[in-house]
Design a protein around this ligand. Structure first.
Ligand SMILES: N[C@@H](CCC(=O)N[C@@H](CS)C(=O)NCC(=O)O)C(=O)O
Length: 269
């Protein structure tokens, strides 16, 4: 990636002093700590010999899987680093140096000069990757606006409703009926909005498969957490089966799945 592009990108650029952690950690991941016992499935043998261009810090969570699916769809070589959010690894000083918000996923791109660029927020990462290739995101006009409409609807609507609904059903220390009612109603309402969209379109932003489909898919893949079913949303069910059948989507899921050892735990955590 060119230096000018790095400067032009209005996202989190990690300070030089903090980059030392990433570079050291990346080297040790490659040499001593392959992610879940293997490199990324998309890497060609020759790529494995080179320093990674893209590092993904992730766990088997709805937001993490969006990144591995996108990388697989785009055929980008990448190295995965497990961040066990059940053990609080996302709150260590080392991880906070990569993402002050203390959450996965995080993408780090290191250029040939060793300059690293770190990006948080799954939707921002998906846009960044799509723009690098000119794929999965229309270049302009209404088609592009529809993708952003669905990405923002996902990030501000469906995703937090699913996450909070699951939390209040499973993990709240005390019973909070108002919160539970609010978030489970909202989770089902946003799902039905998506169903109406998919009644008219093959994909969530129109006729083309885009990063907006990947974003929604991430949380629908973990819909068991907020106890959501697709029984009353046949168009979402049709779309889900279609997306799930894509080989790259299956590879993206397989990349993160081994770390998801306890289904009863909070997949958004
Ligand atoms: N809006 C963020 C949400 C990130 C997020 O909530 N990540 C969860 C896993 S899906 C996490 O790291 N949870 C651990 C924590 O909150 O401490 C995104 O889309 O990337």
């Amino acid at each position: 990636m060119s230096g000018s592009f790095i400067r032009a990108t209005s996202a989190l650029v990690v300070a030089d002093s903090l980059l030392a952690f990433h570079l050291t950690e990346t080297a040790s991941s490659m040499l001593h700590r392959p992610f879940w016992g293997r490199s990324c499935p998309a890497c060609l043998p020759q790529d494995r010999e080179k320093p990674p261009m893209l590092d993904v810090y992730a766990f088997a969570t709805p937001n993490s899987v969006k990144v591995t699916i996108t990388l697989e769809e785009l055929d980008f070589p990448y190295t995965l680093h497990g961040v066990n959010v059940h053990k609080g690894e996302q709150k260590t000083p080392e991880f906070l140096a990569l993402n002050l918000n203390g959450k996965v996923p995080v993408l780090v791109e290191t250029d040939e000069m060793g300059q690293a660029f770190s990006l948080m927020e799954s939707a921002a990462i998906l846009v960044f990757l799509a723009e690098k290739t000119g794929r999965l995101l229309p270049a302009q006009g209404e088609a592009r606006a529809r993708v952003f409409e669905q990405l923002f609807f996902h990030a501000s609507g469906l995703s937090p409703a699913f996450g909070q609904s699951g939390f209040f059903q499973r993990f709240a220390a005390t019973s909070e009926p108002i919160a539970l009612e609010r978030f489970s109603t909202e989770a089902n309402r946003t799902l039905h909005v998506l169903d109406t969209v998919l009644m008219k379109n093959r994909f969530v932003a129109g006729d083309e498969f885009t990063i907006a489909d990947i974003a929604h898919f991430g949380w629908l893949w973990r819909r068991g957490f907020p106890n959501i079913t697709l029984d009353d949303t046949p168009h979402v069910a049709r779309w889900y089966a279609d997306i799930e059948s894509r080989p790259a989507v299956q590879r993206g899921i397989a990349a993160v799945e081994p770390s998801f050892s306890k289904p009863e735990t909070d997949p958004s955590k």
